[in-house]
Design a binder for this molecule. Structure first.
Ligand code: UDP
Ligand code: MG
Length: 334
């Protein structure tokens, strides 16, 4: 394949985080190739292998033998999807970068439309699903409430029913690459950077093969990260909850004194005592727990550990050309 002149053709990078996806990678690559066959761009197909323990890596390497547009980024272990995407964004060389899941839940056929909107001048064009086929009712409702909650407590508006599937302009990617926090919910950061954003609607299909890597514990952790990294509202809520229970306790104390003065003390009230102790204990534990969530994050962030390590980085043909011309222009006199 001949290299396209970078001055004439923009380069679009497509970042695909993969973790144990041996069953879908070839099928996905096929579908991706078809979807982008008509795009008049130089392309980089950047597979981020997030420490897969199955055959995923060798399948990507096999694909790379046939398709020189593929860039392989192999992380040193499994770091989770958010970090895998982050690594992909760091390494992507394109003038625009698309982030897409490998499990075919993000339809590659949508790419031309995303690209069109990017060319129309939008910095972030995200795919927004209209239906969630093949997902349990529990997952649907929890997702719904999560988005509602985020919208309510956050100053940023995180679009509902959208995954990480989107196209980002170069300046949006550069903006995202300045973040160095450990606990990150990419979807929130995508919204946080601002710029001109737009939604493109589509129907979400069930995964084609393999299973979702998210279990409820992971989803819960992602939700907690999403909330704690964008708002300190829970800290305030616990303060007010504490104030509220304290004033209730105070009012009840006054009532008890008056009641005892008027009616004597028949040594009743044992049950109410227990109730109050338990309630206060519970409220305190919750409040301490919330504090702990934030403190834990402060702890993790202050260590300033690197976000990930790379085992292997093998840029595709177009990406290498870009990297070389960039190196060259960096060293050439201005
Ligand atoms: N993924 C990853 N690292 C992980 C978990 C998932 O790179 O630790 C990738 C996975 O291979 C897929 C994408 O992230 O390409 C979405 O994962 P999944 O389908 O499990 O998430 P869901 O669609 O249920 O949100
Ligand atoms: Mg999926």
């Amino acid at each position: 394949m001949s290299l396209l002149n970078p001055d004439e053709y923009p380069l679009v990078s497509i970042v695909v985080p993969v973790f144990n996806e041996e069953a879908v990678v070839p099928e996905f690559h096929q579908a991706l190739t078809e979807a982008i066959s008509d795009l008049p761009f130089a392309l980089e197909l950047l597979y981020v292998n997030d420490g897969s323990t199955d055959d995923t890596l060798s399948r990507i390497k096999a694909l790379r033998q046939q398709d020189s547009r593929i860039t392989l980024l192999d992380l040193s272990r499994n770091f989770g999807k958010e970090i895998a995407i982050t690594a992909g964004l760091h390494k992507a060389t394109g003038d625009a970068v698309i982030v897409i899941d490998a499990d075919m839940q993000d339809p590659p056929e949508l790419i031309p439309e995303l690209v069109r909107e990017w060319q129309n001048g939008y910095d972030v064009v995200y795919a927004q699903r209209t239906h969630r086929k093949g997902e349990s009712i529990v997952k649907r409702t929890t997702a719904h409430f999560f988005y509602r909650f985020i919208k309510r407590v956050n100053k940023i508006e995180m679009p509902e029913d959208s995954g990480d599937y989107r196209i980002l302009s170069r300046r949006a990617v550069d903006a995202l690459n300045t973040f160095n926090e450990q606990h990150r919910m990419m979807k929130g950061l995508f919204a946080w950077i601002g710029y001109k954003q737009k939604a493109v609607r589509y129907q979400r299909d069930p995964r084609h093969a393999g299973t979702s890597k998210w279990n409820y514990l992971k989803l819960w952790n992602l939700a907690v990260d999403g909330i704690t990294s964008f708002t300190i509202a829970p800290l305030k809520i616990s303060t007010y909850l504490g104030l509220l229970t304290a004033s209730c306790a105070f009012a009840y104390g006054i009532y008890m004194i008056i009641d005892t003065l008027l009616h004597g003390n028949p040594v009743a009230g044992y049950p109410s005592l227990i109730v109050i102790i338990l309630m206060l204990g519970g409220v305190q534990l919750v409040a301490i727990g919330i504090l702990g969530e934030y403190l834990g994050r402060v702890f993790n962030e202050t260590k300033r550990r690197p976000l990930y390590f790379i085992n292997e980085y093998a840029p595709g043909e177009e990406a290498s050309a870009r990297l070389m011309s960039r190196d060259f222009s960096a060293h050439s006199p201005k």
